[in-house]
Design a protein around this ligand. Structure first.
Ligand SMILES: *[C@@H]1O[C@H](CO)[C@@H](O)[C@H](O)[C@H]1NC(C)=O
Ligand SMILES: *[C@@H]1O[C@H](CO)[C@@H](O)[C@H](O)[C@H]1NC(C)=O
Ligand SMILES: *[C@@H]1O[C@H](CO)[C@@H](O)[C@H](O)[C@H]1NC(C)=O
Ligand SMILES: *[C@@H]1O[C@H](CO)[C@@H](O)[C@H](O)[C@H]1NC(C)=O
Ligand SMILES: *[C@@H]1O[C@H](CO)[C@@H](O)[C@H](O)[C@H]1NC(C)=O
Ligand SMILES: [Zn+2]
Length: 676
């Protein structure tokens, strides 16, 4: 008997070490038993389409157990626009009456469960909740002002949401918008990248980043609607729609239903641009194209991992299933990685061949740089250059021998992708096509993402992260030149920002030679030079033996003896030796035991010369994680002055939408209907 209890205790202890500490919620935006989605405190662009969902929860057990788990199916809801100073304001109306809907939506019912805390998770005792719900699809609020929505349920309980419809903006001030996103990029990383690539003499930089030349700089707060650390899905969604969301969700407010595609949607910038102006639009990314930052332009889902269906949404919009959604015109350009979601098979939607699906709709399809550069400017263009993410700038330019080891052929073969473009080639080609295809006055919108700043920060590979940041800066520099050549620089608003940060900074230099020569962890740390011993950047000094010719905006030497000593604020257990990894991106932590993929410890094969640093994250984390920091917003062009100061990430959307005249006080029909 005793031994059995001991066995259970051991079992529980083992299980608890696999769980990461967090705050569990029944539904993040809904602390009461009646939920309004969009919830309280949300902002809207006038005329922006969205869905409204009401949920009434009846917890069957757990600390909130109520009404024997029977939800109130007779709940009612009203909406009213607040009028100040006119005596008796307007009457609150039912949603059906207010929005002039033909019929009341039908009642939906489902059950979900959640864990109240880590103890409940360890004991595998979820709390079960029964739900009654209704959803109102594709409505809009046209008049600026404050609206109050009230949900009445269980004969006397109420939940109230206050919504703000922002001012009208029907005038188009910028013809084009180019929105660069350095995924996970912070000011600290920009500072470190400048130090790597630009030389100082006696404290004075001899050249600068293109970012340093932007006239306006602001700060945006990246937190999610219901947590303070965001992921790239809901932060991208906030930037593109003006509505914050929940981790893993994009283009929707997360509801509690099991279906990842039925959540209440909000209209995104490219949907608005397609509907109102008929603008050309495109996305370029060094990630796989179904990844959060590029896909959130058109995605409406609770669950970012549905890659195949989300590629279908890019091309075809939100199809039949949840009907009556406005949709968007397919992208004019769509360039990046992620062939596994286009090739027919388990990664693509319904197993279809999406190269063919795009081609059927008039797209040129390029699978390498040569084909990309030759693609006609007059046609819509799809470019998919490898499986998974594009290999990073350092591999493509400094260690090309590592490319041959990969099995990432975009055509589905076993070999490596050959002839890869970089962010610069993809972005310049995108601008050519968008400029050619944009109709007079309608302009274009382009999102260009340097994705692997984030991806390489996650694996603590700072050289590769900063290499991709320098590639982003080089791309922005080339973009300014290209827009000048095309004569459209003054008509184009250029924004450069990030979706979230990583707690990275540089704290000194490291003498790699001394570090490698010491044999215990404590003396290896003496190789780090702080304050006066940090010295100057050795990356900008030409060494005839190992200098690389990658242009003036990149280091001359990636492998000097004195390297940057840098780190993240949140780490898994790891070894540290600083200096560039010549064999490829790092894998800082590895599974501790046989067969366990959720208990990580420093990877013995990573930086074998280095010293051990124990992490600060739960041991189920194999990589670094995102951080809380506000991230910079650089602006140049029409409306640049509106981007100064500190604001929320949703405000980036409202500033862009205002500059593009997207806030309409009346029904506007499709800009370039059909033919797509
Ligand atoms: C709630 O009920 C389910 C069975 O319906 C059970 O599995 C679960 O452990 C219960 N949770 C709590 C907190 O009692
Ligand atoms: C749409 O519905 C069909 C049929 O039920 C289903 O196979 C498909 O996965 C759904 N698509 C999405 C994007 O949910
Ligand atoms: C690039 O793509 C073109 C057209 O798809 C193909 O003919 C060519 O062989 C490819 N080049 C390489 C190096 O794979
Ligand atoms: C498990 O560990 C043993 C001994 O270290 C090793 O021989 C074996 O290959 C490992 N198995 C797996 C699946 O990693
Ligand atoms: C790191 O943690 C391990 C146990 O996981 C311990 O043996 C070791 O002493 C720690 N090392 C340092 C440098 O703190
Ligand atoms: Zn990330």
């Amino acid at each position: 008997m005793v031994s059995k209890l001991q066995a259970i205790a051991v079992c529980l202890a083992a299980a608890s070490s696999l769980v990461s500490g967090q705050t569990f919620r029944r539904l993040g935006t809904c602390p009461t038993l009646g939920c309004i989605l969009p919830p309280d405190q949300q902002d809207f662009l006038p005329g922006q389409l969205f869905d409204i969902r009401f949920e009434v929860h009846a917890p069957k057990n757990g600390s909130e157990a109520f009404n024997n788990g029977v939800p109130d199916e007779k709940f009612t809801a009203t909406i009213v626009k607040e009028e100040k100073g006119h005596g008796k304001g307007p009457r609150a109306k039912s949603l059906t009456e207010f929005f002039g809907l033909k019929q009341e939506p039908k009642l939906e019912k489902w059950t979900f469960s959640w864990f109240e805390d880590l103890f409940a998770k360890d004991a595998k005792t979820p709390s079960v909740v029964n739900v009654a719900s209704k959803v109102y699809r594709s409505v809009a609020l046209y008049e600026p002002g404050t609206y109050t929505v009230v949900l009445d349920y269980y004969g006397g309980k109420t939940t109230v949401a206050t919504w703000v419809v922002r001012p009208l903006a029907e005038k188009k001030k910028a013809k084009n918008v180019i929105f660069f996103i350095g995924d996970g990029m912070t000011t600290n990383m920009i500072t470190a990248a400048r130090l790597l690539a630009h030389k100082t003499i006696n404290g004075k930089y001899q050249s600068l980043l293109q970012l340093d030349k932007f006239p306006v700089l602001g700060h945006q707060m990246s937190h999610s609607i219901d947590t303070f650390i965001t992921d790239s899905a809901n932060s991208a969604s906030a930037l593109y729609s003006g509505h914050k969301s929940t981790v893993n969700a994009m283009g929707v407010y997360a509801d509690s239903s099991p279906d990842a595609f039925d959540d209440p949607k909000v209209e995104t910038i490219v949907e608005l641009l397609s509907r109102i102006w008929g603008s050309a639009w495109g996305a370029v990314s060094t990630a796989f194209l179904a990844d959060a930052t590029p896909i959130a332009l058109t995605a409406h889902t609770r669950s970012r991992g549905h890659y195949g269906p989300l590629i279908d949404q890019v091309l075809n919009g939100v199809t039949a299933n949840y009907s009556s959604w406005t949709g968007h015109d397919g992208p004019d350009v769509f360039f990046g990685g992620g062939a596994e979601n286009f090739l027919p098979g388990s990664g693509s939607y319904l197993g279809k061949d999406y190269y063919t699906e795009f081609a059927k709709k008039g797209y040129s399809v390029s699978l390498n740089k040569t084909a990309l550069l030759a693609a006609p400017k007059t046609e819509k263009a799809l470019g998919v250059f490898c499986k998974s993410n594009l290999p990073v700038w350092l591999e493509r330019n400094i260690f090309p021998e590592n490319l041959d080891k990969l099995s990432n052929d975009p055509a589905g073969g076993k070999g490596a992708a050959k002839d890869l473009p970089g962010l610069k080639e993809m972005t310049l080609k995108a601008i050519d096509i968008l400029h050619t295809r944009s109709k007079k006055g309608a302009g274009f919108f382009l999102m260009s993402e340097a994705a692997s700043i984030d991806k390489m920060m996650h694996v603590l590979d700072y050289d590769r992260a900063l290499g991709d940041l320098l590639e982003l800066d080089d791309t922005i520099r080339a973009t300014v030149e290209k827009l000048t050549e095309l004569g459209i620089l003054d008509d184009t608003l250029i924004i450069v920002s990030a979706d979230h940060g990583h707690g990275f900074d540089v704290f000194g230099s490291a003498d790699t030679k001394y570090l490698a020569s010491q044999d215990d962890d404590r003396s290896k740390r003496d190789a780090i030079g702080v304050y006066e011993n940090s010295g100057l950047s050795q990356y900008t000094i030409a060494n005839p033996a190992i200098s690389y010719n990658t242009g003036p905006n990149f280091p001359l030497n990636w492998d000097p003896r004195y390297v940057l000593a840098a780190g993240l604020g949140a780490n898994p257990d790891r070894r540290e030796a600083y200096g560039v990894d010549k064999s490829g991106p790092r894998t800082p932590a590895a599974p501790l035991a046989n067969g366990s993929s959720s208990d990580y410890y420093a990877n013995a094969k990573d930086k074998p010369n280095g010293f051990l640093v124990n992490g600060t994250l739960p041991t189920d984390q194999a990589q670094g994680v995102h951080s809380l920091t506000d991230v910079p917003v650089y602006a140049m062009g029409p409306c640049q002055e509106t981007f100064g100061g500190t604001y929320n990430n949703i405000d980036v959307f409202y500033k862009i939408a205002t500059c593009l005249g997207l806030g309409h006080g009346k029904h506007v029909t499709q800009g370039k209907k059909g033919g797509k």
